[in-house]
Design a protein around this ligand. Structure first.
Ligand code: AMP
Length: 215
């Protein structure tokens, strides 16, 4: 199966994608993660993307679509893809159609995580991850059992995304509203869109997505 997780920053796309990878052997294709890796490694793409990302704007359609094509080419044909944070514009949605068709893949489902915008700023500004294993935490909603120690790997180092500030989240939300939400009709016309309540607790969202995939 190939699915898109769609939703504003903080909707829970990354959290749910990680669970789908662990539970179903699907592969998460997060353009945000790919771009952050490029920034870390100082590649030409990273150098070009960094300022835009820090400001909460959108990186060029050509760059992200190329990253997605390359990532799909590294996957085995039988592995399902979870598109997380891509496509984000009409041009990317069109590019993805071509990218999938060229590889003999088709989209099965677009899952829109429906969330209350007021809650997003708190969700996003409070989140942090283990610097070693990547487990996600939150200042209010999911603290490690022992303060300062990762529950999963015991590391004492954590990190926060530089773009998870209140101001940048507002810009990212505005980008979502203006450019990403309008791509839904592209998929609605093929009956691919399902909405899931992203305000429910994490396990309930996982169960609901699982049920949709098993339909
Ligand atoms: P994310 O991790 O999905 O929240 O993405 C973090 C940042 O990376 C975004 O705010 C954008 O600057 C950039 N980015 C990630 N995915 C895309 C995309 N599909 N199109 C354009 N920019 C993207």
């Amino acid at each position: 199966m190939n699915i898109i997780l769609l939703g504003p920053p903080g909707a829970g796309k990354g959290t749910q994608a990680a669970r789908l990878m662990a539970d179903r052997g699907m592969v998460q294709l997060s353009t945000g993660d790919m771009l952050r890796a490029a920034v870390r490694e100082g590649t030409p793409v990273g150098q070009q993307a960094k300022a835009v990302m820090d400001a909460g704007g959108l990186v060029s359609d050509e760059i992200v679509s190329a990253l997605i094509g390359e990532a799909l080419d590294r996957m085995a044909p039988e592995q399902g893809a979870i598109f997380d944070g891509y496509p984000r514009t009409a041009a990317q949605a069109e590019a993805l159609d071509g990218i999938l068709a060229a590889r003999g893949r088709a989209l099965d489902l677009v899952i829109e995580l429906d969330v209350d915008e007021e809650a997003l700023v708190e969700r996003v500004t409070g989140r942090f991850t283990c610097a070693r294993c990547g487990t996600g935490y939150h200042d209010v909603f999911k603290r490690p059992a022992r303060d300062g120690v990762c529950d999963v790997c015991g590391s004492t180092e954590f990190k926060r995304r530089p773009d998870d500030t209140a101001e940048t989240v507002r810009t990212r939300l505005a980008e979502y509203r203006a450019k990403t939400a309008p791509i839904l009709p592209h998929y609605e016309k093929d009956g691919l869109v399902v909405r899931v309540d992203g305000m429910a607790d994490i396990d309930s969202v996982t169960r609901e997505i699982g049920a949709l995939l098993d339909r």
